[in-house]
Every structure is written in C-alpha cells, then in structure tokens.
Write a protein that binds this ligand. Structure first.
Ligand code: ASP
Length: 342
C-alpha cells in the first residue's frame, strides 16, 4: 500500500513537473485586420467598440488554441476564420468588389516548422479561403492554386462552393462605386495610382492575417483578403504570394502583411523582414521597422505587417494612419489597437 502511494506521489510530482515545464513555454499570437488611413473621426463610438470586440474575439480564439497546446497553424486559421466571417474586414464576407462587381479572394498559409506552404488566388466561391490554402498545403503536391482549378480542388476535399453574393456588403459596394467614379477620371497609370491612394481607405482596406508561436516552438503565418477595390483582369495581390504577403520559418520569424500589394510583391516584404533577422541577426522589431518605415516609404508603398519570432516577440509596424491589430502573449490579456497609440 505504502509502495503504491509512494509510486503515486513520485509520478504525481513528475507529472506536475512536466506540466509546469509545458505551461512555462512561451506562446503568442498577433492578428491584423488591414492597414490604411483609418480616420478616428469616421468612427462612431459604437462602430469603434464593435471593431475592437471583433479583433479581440479573433485574437482570443487563436490564443485558446495555443493555450490548449494546439499548433500555431491551427491558431492562425482559427483567428482568421473569425475575421473572414465578419463583414467588417476585407476577407470572406465583406470582401471588396472587383471592377466586374464580383469578389475574388486570395489567401495563403505557411508552416515555419516544415517550410510547407499553401495558397489560393482569385477564388470566388470559397467561404473561408484560408482553410482552402491550408488544404492545398496539406493535401496537394502544389503550393498555389488559382481560380476554377482551386475550386475544383476544393470539391475534391469536400469543401462546398458558395454563391459569390455570399460576400456582398453594402459598404463595399458603395466603395466600388466611389472607386469607379474617381478612377474614371484617371488618364494615366500615375493618375490611376493617385486616384487609388485618395479613395476612402475604409472602403478599400481590411485584409486579415495572423502569426503565432505555439508551445512546441513552431511559428506560422497566414493572410486572407478580397484584394483591392475595383481590381481588374484577374489581378492577384501579395496575400497569396509566399515571401511577399506571408512567410514563416522556425527560429527566424513569421510575417503577415497588409497594404498596397504591388509594392509588397516587388519588395518581397515578408521575406525581406525575415532575411534581416536571419542573416543580419536583427531583432524582429528592427527588421520589420526598417522594411515598413524605411524601404517601403522610400518606394511609396503603404501598409504594415504583423511579425513574431521564436521567443514570442511581436512587431506590428505600419506606415499608414492606422492598422487594425491585436496581440496576446501567454499569461497576458489581449491588447487591441487601431491607431498609433490606442
Ligand atoms: N494587400 C492586399 C492586396 O494588395 C490589400 C490590403 O492589404 O488591403 O491585395
């Protein structure tokens, strides 16, 4: 009897020692809901409250996955699903309209542990594009699928197709009409870009993304978007491009971007930030700041990123007036922010 209780006591001590060690491992998550000239004055207190509540819901949903020992990949898709299902953000429901008054969505995910990645571009009938990106990564031999082919693949995976109208919102429709009116006046590509910059940002931003570090020390990143208002000709942005809108590499960093995609592709924003960490031993804060607040500003590219390293350090720089974002580190409450200081 005594032996049994001794064995029991020893195993309990070991068990609690193990669980202590596990619960001691840092984990963290950061999310964004798009960067842009988000004017404080254009929000009613009720709207601001509602946006903040949705951002908190998303970051908390990802946090719970990590707290329970789930993977950073699962935390990323869980958080992004909350934002895709909300009409406030330009991803899933609430995606911006193309010139042809449809929605074409892009998404990607990367696993820093295996360096696997999956992406979809220009999908029109997928309720949660980030989940399809994950299936491309896990269940196909490819990295990126686009349009109809991506949707055929979805059907093979049991993902139902939904009507394109599912993603309609009045706010985004008005945004398209304004964009069309402004851009109709543009005579050159420079005019066109200038007109695009002047559009009310509330009508064109809102890409969503997440980066996370799990208790196993693995980091991941994911991004999902409707792209840019009034886009034409099958335009695809940076969100599904690995190294531009999304990147993750264990021991280095994980990044999800939002902003003017054409710049993020040409400047390889997510990959460049991680290269600075990897080859120049820069901190995630410094690396992300150099790319967003120096390189991109010089180039004229607007936007921001969320980035995380293997210790759970988080950077959220942006060169616009605001970026919807939230972070949560192990044992700490969520922090939700929209503008520079609040
Ligand atoms: N990066 C996205 C794109 O260019 C848009 C955004 O983040 O607002 O498609």
């Amino acid at each position: 009897m005594k032996t049994i209780s001794l064995a029991f006591a020893v195993s309990m001590t070991l068990f609690s020692g193990l669980s202590f060690a596990n619960s001691d491992k840092p984990f963290a998550i950061a999310i964004h809901g798009g960067a842009g000239t988000i004017k404080q004055s254009s929000f009613t207190p009720e709207q601001e409250k509602a946006y903040r509540a949705k951002l908190k819901e998303a970051v908390d949903a990802g946090y719970v996955v990590l707290e329970k020992g789930g993977s950073s990949l699962k935390a990323v898709t869980t958080a992004i699903n909350v934002l895709e299902n909300s009409p406030y953000f330009n991803a899933g429901i609430g995606a911006v309209y193309t010139h042809n008054e449809e929605h074409e969505m892009d998404a990607s995910i990367m696993d820093g542990n295996t360096m696997n990645a999956g992406a979809v571009a220009g999908v029109k009938h997928i309720k949660n594009p980030i989940d399809l990106a994950r299936l491309v990564m896990d269940e196909s031999v490819h990295v990126m699928l686009y349009g109809q082919g991506a949707e055929e693949f979805a059907l093979t995976q049991g993902v139902p197709l939904v009507a394109n109208e599912t993603f309609n919102t009045q706010k985004r429709y008005e945004g398209l009409q304004r964009a069309k009116a402004k851009m109709a006046e543009a005579k050159s590509s420079a005019d066109y870009q200038a007109a695009h910059q002047q559009l009310d940002t509330e009508y064109k931003v809102g890409t969503v993304g997440a980066v996370a570090l799990d208790k196993q020390g693995n980091i991941s990143a994911g991004t999902s978007t409707g792209g840019m208002t009034n886009k034409r000709y099958g335009r695809i942005g940076d969100a599904p491009v690995i190294g531009a809108g999304t990147y993750a590499e264990n021991g280095v960093c994980a990044v999800s971007a939002t902003g003017h995609g054409e710049y993020f592709i040409r400047y390889q924003v997510a990959g460049d930030i991680c290269a600075k960490v990897k080859y120049q031993q820069k901190s995630i804060i410094q690396a992300a700041d150099e790319v967003i607040n120096q390189r991109l500003i010089t180039a004229g590219g607007t936007g921001g990123v969320i980035a995380i390293d293997h210790r759970g350090n988080i950077a959220t720089p942006f060169n616009t007036e605001g970026m919807y974002r939230a972070t949560r580190k192990s044992g700490e409450p969520a922090q939700v922010m929209i503008w520079r200081d609040k």
